[in-house]
Write a protein that binds this ligand. Structure first.
Ligand SMILES: [Zn+2]
Length: 415
């Protein structure tokens, strides 16, 4: 099926010369091996090829379908024109994923995702709930907690769909738990759950099934789904609809089994806006050896984080990797436990606030951490700038980390 869908994708792109021109050599692609000869497509390249200014990549979705937008890396946004046919497929893949993840189907589903602002997650959850034959409660993200709890309690909602942060927030307050007695399942989407949030949720409601709703992006639709034998970041790939590679970011060569690399996706579709060898921005470990305990032969990957984001501080570009390389020296290994905030003052000076999860076993001092950061390659420059006013370290619950409107917790925040 994947081979068939790949050929259909290539044929559709070749028929539209403006799209084909973006991937020289695509006309010769007949197999997945041929695909690997094409260059990787960066998010920056997609930002320059976005509708409405440029519609070269839209096969048939210029005047109908759903328009989504995702934040760009260089300040620009990526806009996607998804056809209705593509959107229907997104729904089917989403529902298939939930069926695979849960042994018993959800019945009453509270949708706590962010609606609007050209974000597709909310309608994705609506549509797949309909496909599953369950009842949906479109709650959104702006409802007061008391009101949300009242709806859950009154209607005996058994499943909530939301961001990992929202789930951990809701369940970390013991006062909320009585109202959540009917809750059996929490389905998260948008980023990995992380060990700290998983622990909060497991303690709050023993036996609660906390599963990934879907590994999905605005650009591609669903890429992966979870089976009951997979935890947090691990997913099967929708192999028939998506060709996923995990490559060395430097060489573009496929990494070996068990090694980490960058996730490259090719949407196998002859409708909407196909993307060929697109750098989606995630890192993952590929598992090729052995099978999954569920018996499926679908490929498996474990998401390990985003491709390091960078932040420009008055001309110095620093990346997540640079910061983590220094923090490892004080016993902090997982970027999920950290948030690096640059707080601007009106006089254009800035403070740096580093938040660490209060669940970490280590408690380094501010002086110790600042000393490490100053020693870091490139990082040292930030703390030697004329604008640098001070450094603060705080250990707080990760629920206190700054989140964007879509519920994601970025590593770098500029305030
Ligand atoms: Zn499985």
């Amino acid at each position: 099926m994947r081979s068939h869908n790949l050929l259909a994708t290539v044929d559709a792109i070749v028929k539209r010369p403006a799209a084909a021109a973006r991937w020289p050599g695509i006309e010769d692609v007949r197999t997945a091996d041929d695909l690997r000869k094409l260059p990787l497509m960066s998010p920056d390249a997609l930002e320059d090829l976005c509708p409405p200014a440029v519609t070269d990549l839209a096969l048939d979705s210029v005047d109908s379908g759903m328009v989504l937008r995702s934040s760009g890396t260089s300040g620009k946004r990526k806009v996607l024109y998804h056809s209705w046919e593509f959107d229907t497929r997104v729904t089917h893949l989403g529902a298939r994923g939930v069926r695979a993840a849960l042994t018993t189907a959800p019945r009453r589903v509270g949708n706590c995702l962010y609606p609007g602002e050209l974000n597709g997650a909310f309608s994705f959850a609506q549509d797949l709930t309909r496909r599953l034959g369950a009842q949906t409660y479109p709650l959104g993200t702006s409802m007061r907690t008391e009101e949300l709890l009242e709806v859950v309690r009154e209607h005996r909602i058994d499943t909530l769909i939301g961001s990992p942060a929202m789930g951990a927030d809701l369940l970390s307050d013991p006062a909320n738990l009585a109202s959540l007695a009917s809750l059996r399942t929490y389905l998260y989407i948008g980023e990995n759950l992380g060990a700290a949030r998983a622990a909060v949720m497991a303690v709050a409601i023993p036996g609660l099934r906390v599963r990934s709703l879907s590994y999905s992006t605005s650009e591609t639709g669903p890429i992966g789904y979870q089976c009951p034998f997979q935890g947090d970041g691990t997913h099967h790939v929708h192999d028939d609809a998506m060709y996923v590679e995990v490559v060395d970011p430097e060489t573009g060569a496929e990494v070996a089994d068990g090694e980490e690399g960058e996730v490259i996706t090719t949407t196998l579709t002859d409708t909407g806006m196909p993307l060929v060898r697109f750098r989606i921005g995630d890192r993952a470990i590929r598992h090729t050896g052995g099978g999954c305990a569920c018996g499926s032969h679908a490929s498996r990957i474990t998401l390990t984080g985003r491709v390091p984001r960078s932040l420009n501080v008055d001309g110095a570009t620093i990346s997540q990797d640079l910061v983590m390389a220094q923090l490892r020296g004080v016993g902090v290994a997982d970027p999920v436990d950290c948030q690096f905030q640059v707080r601007r003052a009106p006089d254009r000076g800035f403070d740096v606030l580093l938040l660490l999860s209060d669940r970490l076993a280590v408690r380094p001092t501010g002086d110790e951490v600042l000393r490490r950061l100053r020693e870091g390659y490139h990082l040292g420059r930030v703390f030697a700038m004329p604008g640098f006013r001070g450094f603060t370290l705080r250990c707080v619950p990760t629920t206190d980390f700054v989140r964007n409107t879509r519920g994601k917790t970025p590593f770098f925040v500029e305030l």
